[in-house]
Write a protein that binds this ligand. Sequence first.
Ligand code: PSU
Ligand code: MN
Length: 305
Amino acid sequence: MIDLLQFSPEVAMARAEGVAIVALESTIITHGMPFPQNVEAARRVEAEVRAHGAVPATIAIMGGRILIGLTDQQLDALGQAQDVMKLSRADLAACLVMGKTGATTVAATMICAHLAGIDVFATGGIGGVHRGAETSFDISADLPELGDTAVTVVAAGAKAILDLPKTLEYLETRGVPVIAFGQDDFPAFWSRSSGLKSPLRMDSAAEIAASQLMRTRLGLPGGQLVANPIPLDAEIARAEIMPVIETALAEAEAQGIAAKAVTPFLLQRIFELTDGRSLASNIALVLNNARLAAAIAREIVTLRG
Ligand code: PSU
Ligand code: MN
């Protein structure tokens, strides 16, 4: 395994010294934000993790190896690369064997983080059950991954491009704790509330860390979804974002966008339709998640002693 994983110098040192590490995904860089804002945002998120006492490990696939932590040059190259594969559980092995460049989604990042012994992962939004899933069968592989792989994922909930009630039902079926941080409602990415109550609520990083370790003690596989509401000053009102989402969804349907292409298509259209405003909010919420993830990772290090 160790020759499949390639640790950046910074992450290798953190491992040697027992410093808390926070995993970060790369699909958000290649398929979630345009260049050059994507690379700039990725750097800011890494800096935020460092500023809060942990070391960032951005994960991607290059040259047949799983990179755990990217150097500045690798991050820059990834942010501009064309034809990067979007990797979920289904494609990870194939990408490694073919020696292609791949960006990891939430599901694939969880798998790689777990292999690298990293317990906590920060991102923006997770994939979920798409609207119309009863006919399209489009359910993100992120959801079953949360049921299988013991990593705590900090996200700002899920976007309303998804069917949020069905997403919560699916997570419940797969035994995934969905924990809203500091409020009762499940957040909806740009909005602090989805109008749905979160199954669980916690108000401290220590409790979230302790519950991940308790699950391990109980012999329960799988991770936790921490749903961290976007900061108030970065929120986009529901009334403003919902029509944009409806337009993007209608366009996706009219153009026959399907499978892996759905989420990147919707993200790009929403970015365009809000004149880039959605991006500023997106960056603010990822930074917020990076801070909470760093705090949880530090608590886990303390609890493990
Ligand atoms: N949702 C977002 N932003 C994102 C993604 C989802 O709000 O960047 C990305 C993540 O990498 C997530 C992936 O894991 O899309 C889900 O893709 P799909 O729906 O095809 O499973
Ligand atoms: Mn899908």
